[in-house]
Design a protein around this ligand. Structure first.
Ligand SMILES: Cc1cc2nc3c(=O)[nH]c(=O)nc-3n(C[C@H](O)[C@H](O)[C@H](O)COP(=O)(O)OP(=O)(O)OC[C@H]3O[C@@H](n4cnc5c(N)ncnc54)[C@H](O)[C@@H]3O)c2cc1C
Length: 331
């Protein structure tokens, strides 16, 4: 039997989280090196369209548990469903998104299956000799990258942050098998009931932004974000930040990019007054195009920038805003 590389497809309110597709893309590479196959798990209620979508993104087979008990996420019911599927089909690898839901679920599954779990990995590869999964993540404050193995237990489990791996292409002509499974748990057996659902008002969508204008300590104070906000608005961009300014209370944590913030992958990342510490770079170095504005020509951010402007952001950013406004008024 071919080794199975599994991806848990996260969905809420009938909508799949894109990190699931990013993981299917990565799982295809791992499966190639293992001579195995990529399979997806879809749990929920009335979620068959998501199972089909998983095939379009590259899963060869989907295990679907469609049950009213799974209408909304609860740790007990979802962990039960995934754990039982793992016991039945014995995957080599199980990947989940490092989202709030994925993190909550992964720990319970790993505990029930008595296997290891590596959280927030930034790299995954197959050891050519042992065929074990090498899971890489920053350790000791981001100063070293640790390679973690789980040689004696299966599945080898990881959670991966959104935007760590690229989104594969969706091909609606792709075919595959959808295998329906039973949950084997009744509503009466689930201890937690939902009494209300208040969706969090999402103001910042950094992870999936196409353009990000980001500010650091070089702004000199919280008012600097007004200027960046103006540039962001003209570009249809989101505003990001370094940890230094979040810690200083200049902007909310949800704007933070980096190891202890968000991982981003925009088409354009504009870093204003950010030195480019390793903990910041790991969160944004996969951006397609990086523009850095910094007064210090030796700033590490210039090492990864596609375009570097050595200068005062209070001269460069207003000039950029002016030029953009002019271009807009010229149609
Ligand atoms: C465990 C751990 C986790 C961390 N996680 C994160 C994280 O998730 N994200 C993160 O960002 N950091 C993180 N850090 C902190 C990181 O190490 C740096 O301290 C931080 O990124 C520095 O922020 P900064 O670039 O804004 O400030 P600084 O390093 O002080 O850089 C400010 C830059 O602005 C430039 N500048 C000054 N004035 C101007 C001007 N007028 N115009 C243009 N440029 C100017 C300066 O030349 C300088 O390069 C973490 C650290 C640790 C230990």
């Amino acid at each position: 039997m071919k080794p199975k590389v599994w991806v848990f497809v996260e969905q809420e309110e009938g909508e799949a989280h894109p990190v699931s597709w990013e993981l299917i893309g990565k799982a295809q590479e791992l499966a190639r090196d293992l001579e195995g196959e990529v399979e997806a798990l879809v749990l929920g209620y009335q979620v068959e369209p998501i199972a089909k979508e998983a095939l379009f993104y590259g899963a060869e087979k989907v295990y679907l548990i469609d049950d009213p008990v799974l209408e909304y996420y609860r740790n007990q019911s979802y962990a039960h469903g995934v754990t039982e599927l793992c016991r039945k089909y014995r995957p080599e690898i199980l990947l989940l998104g490092a989202t709030t839901l994925g993190r909550d679920l992964a720990g319970s599954i790993a505990t029930a299956l008595e296997t290891g779990l590596t959280a927030d990995v930034t790299g995954l590869e197959i050891d050519p000799e042992t065929k074990n999964l090498i899971m890489t993540r920053p350790a000791f404050g981001g100063n070293i990258m640790a390679s973690i193995l789980c040689p004696d237990h299966r599945p080898q489990m990881s959670t991966v942050r959104p935007r760590t791996f690229p989104l594969p292409e969706k091909d609606p002509s792709r075919q595959g098998k959808i295998i329906r499974e039973e949950l084997g748990l009744s509503e009466e057996e689930v201890k937690v009931k939902r009494v209300d659902f208040i969706p969090k008002e999402k103001t910042v969508n950094l992870e999936y932004a196409e353009v990000i204008v980001s500010g650091g300590r070089g702004l000199g104070g919280p008012e600097g974000f007004k200027l960046l906000g103006e540039l962001a608005e003209l570009l249809g961009a989101e505003v990001g930040a370094s940890r230094a300014v979040v810690d200083a209370g200049w902007i909310d944590y949800e704007h933070q990019v980096g190891q202890t913030g968000k991982t981003v992958r925009p088409k354009v990342y504009i870093a204003c007054g950010i030195s480019g510490a390793i903990q910041h770079r790991v969160g944004m170095q996969n951006s397609d195009f990086i523009l850095a504005i910094n007064t210090d020509p030796e700033a590490p951010i210039f090492r990864i920038a596609d375009l570097g402007v050595v200068g005062d952001l209070y001269e460069v950013v207003p000039a950029l805003i002016e030029a953009l406004k002019k271009e807009k008024s010229n149609g």
